[in-house]
Design a protein around this ligand. Structure first.
Ligand SMILES: [Fe+2]
Length: 188
């Protein structure tokens, strides 16, 4: 696991910012396996290798007071806490909600393996990298031009961070499910 000092400096802040003022979530409020999440939470978005589930109200209620000043982008009455589960390495993409939101607040519960990097890439402006409907330009980072990598970092578990999602990004190879939390607006 990297030290947080590894991601200091202005360059890193273009891609990731840690929010050390936000709390580590108590164990009794968290699910840590895919089965627990699947058995207790409504699935909201399902793209096979990437799924989101609505977190229980108890967790949302715990987090709400901490979040009011953190992300003006997430209107308080529309904030939704979701579990996100990745079961395979993702292609390079921009997030679906990056049309309106450039940074999202995330919290990893499991990393998906040792040394799983999150990476950002310099890609052509006209590439279709939002995985939604219609055409998608499919590039796996491991096979992409490595000189186009802008930045990479290993994000530790249990640390709230804002992730830049409107710059093309991916993760390295995972050997187990990568589970975390993410704040969403309800209309997405
Ligand atoms: Fe993403």
């Amino acid at each position: 696991m990297v030290e947080l000092s590894d991601v200091g400096g202005w360059h890193a802040h273009r891609f990731i910012e840690y929010h050390l003022d936000l709390p580590q979530i108590p164990d009794n409020l968290l699910f840590t396996t895919v089965d627990e999440i699947r058995n207790n939470c409504e699935v909201i978005y399902d793209a096979y290798m990437y799924k989101t589930y609505k977190a229980p109200q108890e967790l949302s209620d715990y987090l709400a007071p901490y979040m009011t000043d953190v992300l003006k982008l997430y209107l308080a009455d529309n904030m939704q806490v979701r579990y996100q589960v990745m079961t395979e390495q993702l292609p390079i993409h921009k997030d679906y909600d990056s049309k309106g939101v450039h940074k999202v607040l995330n919290y990893h519960i499991t990393t998906g393996g040792d040394n799983v990097y999150t990476r950002w890439w310099d890609m052509p402006e006209d590439a279709n990298l939002i995985f939604a409907h219609g055409a998608f330009d499919y590039h796996m980072g491991d096979h992409y031009d490595q000189s186009k990598k802008l930045y990479e970092t290993i994000i530790p578990t249990n640390k709230w961070h804002k992730l830049t999602v409107n710059i093309p990004h991916d993760i390295g190879y995972i050997t187990s499910p990568r589970i975390g939390l993410r704040l969403w607006n309800t209309w997405l």
